[in-house]
Write a protein that binds this ligand. Structure first.
Ligand SMILES: Cc1ncc(COP(=O)(O)O)c(C=O)c1O
Length: 393
């Protein structure tokens, strides 16, 4: 019997520094385990998790029901190509249909957010036969070549140009600029309902409705990038909450609470008409990922974590405003997706929070981003506010 799965190298950070491709600016701690709302480093120090690994672990860490479902699936069947049927995939698709936007009846399963976006862009191109895409300034849609073409920041794009789609980036939340950019050559408009990486900027409902109207006027498709917002803002999809139904919705991160997954939902007109073989994925839709997605959505529904996200997110925003902290310019967000814009660069505050035992994220250069697990209680909100009160004073 294996009693010790692996021996921890004496210098975890040193090994990673020397043996990995150096793409990530590393924080100086190594995570060893998690329990509910908390993470523990390899020295046994506890941290309040206010980031869920970039918005992934909505059920927190080591949830017993989630772990039992995955263990059961590991002992039953883990891999199964989509050319075969799967009982667990079918159950997951039925559960997904309960939260999918009206009319988005077709699902494509992949393994990450960028893959979900890549698929949506390819589907839009196939469905319309058009080459052009309209996206927003400051948009982040991922790092694969197609998703990167839609991503705005030159820091990510410039080394890889030319990129495969002709994308025009228009100012975010400016309905006139968007309408002017869409024409008969436009395959799709792609938007985040709340720009995450850029700084947690919610789009107005009017803007999302105007995007829908501009697409309809020119026969273009509307793609909602809900990779970060999906299941986190108090509702399954923030775009739908604004009264807008896209043609394609992409999500990933939270959908399977940490098991890699990507999902592209499409209308019958778009998704139902795609020819066999037009796109695919070896790992996409595997039974283990589907079981992880299925149990995550079941738990979200049964524990009513949508309502909890809305309530706790509002409590965080109110609590931060009530701090009256000198360093804070403004607070914004929906549910457990909160941005605290500072009057200065965010990195020192993130470091101070980590030293105080709270893990959070940046969004842009001056915004502190909170993407906590939805299983927080009021107690964790209070713990966060005490730490913020200290570091933002
Ligand atoms: C809005 C949005 N779209 C796409 C992506 C890309 O997802 P992934 O990193 O899983 O490829 C991200 C990741 O942060 C995101 O926030």
């Amino acid at each position: 019997m294996i009693t010790t799965a692996f021996a921890t190298p004496p210098d975890v950070m040193g090994v990673e520094r020397d043996l990995q491709v150096p793409l990530y600016a590393k924080r100086d701690i190594a995570l060893a385990r998690g329990e509910g709302a908390y993470l523990y480093d390899t020295d046994g120090r506890r941290y309040l998790d206010a980031m869920s690994n970039y918005g992934v672990a909505i059920l927190g860490h080591a949830d017993a029901e989630y772990a039992a479902a995955l263990s059961d699936q590991l002992a039953t069947l883990t891999t199964g190509h989509q050319s075969f049927g799967s009982d667990v995939r079918a159950a997951f698709l039925v559960e997904l249909a309960k939260v999918a936007p009206d009319g988005l009846t077709r699902a494509f399963l992949s393994n990450s957010g960028a893959e979900a976006i890549e698929a949506a862009l390819k589907f839009a191109r196939l469905a319309t036969g058009r080459p052009k895409v309209v996206a927003a300034r400051r948009a982040y849609h991922g790092r694969t070549m197609g998703a990167l073409a839609a991503t705005a920041d030159p820091k990510y794009r410039a080394p890889f140009e030319p990129l495969p789609f002709a994308v025009s980036h228009v100012p975010f939340d400016d309905a006139d600029a968007l309408a002017a950019a869409v024409d008969g050559e436009t395959a799709a408009v792609i938007l985040e309902p709340i720009q995450g990486e850029a700084g947690v900027y919610p789009a107005s409902e009017e803007y999302l409705r105007a995007a829908r109207a501009a697409c309809d006027a020119h026969g273009a498709l509307l793609i909602a990038d809900e990779v970060q917002t999906g299941f986190r803002t108090g509702v399954p999809f923030a775009t739908v909450a604004a009264g807008v139904t896209p043609d394609l919705v992409c999500t990933a991160k939270a959908l399977a609470n940490g098991f890699p997954i990507g999902l592209t939902l499409a209308t019958e007109a778009v998704g139902g008409a795609l020819p066999a073989g037009a796109h695919g994925s070896t790992f996409g839709g595997n039974p283990l990922a589907c079981r992880a997605g299925l149990v995550t959505l079941q738990i979200m529904r049964e524990r009513d974590l949508y309502a909890r996200s809305a309530a706790l997110g509002a409590a965080i925003v109110d609590g931060v405003e009530a701090l009256g902290a000198k360093k804070v310019r403004t607070v914004r967000g929906r549910g457990m997706m909160v941005g605290i814009e500072l009057k200065e660069r965010v990195t020192p505050t993130l470091r101070a929070l980590q030293a105080a035992g709270v893990l959070a994220l940046p969004a842009g250069s001056v915004t502190l981003r909170l993407l906590p697990p939805l299983v927080w209680e009021r107690e964790q909100v209070d713990e966060l506010l005490v730490a913020l009160g200290t570091v933002l004073a």
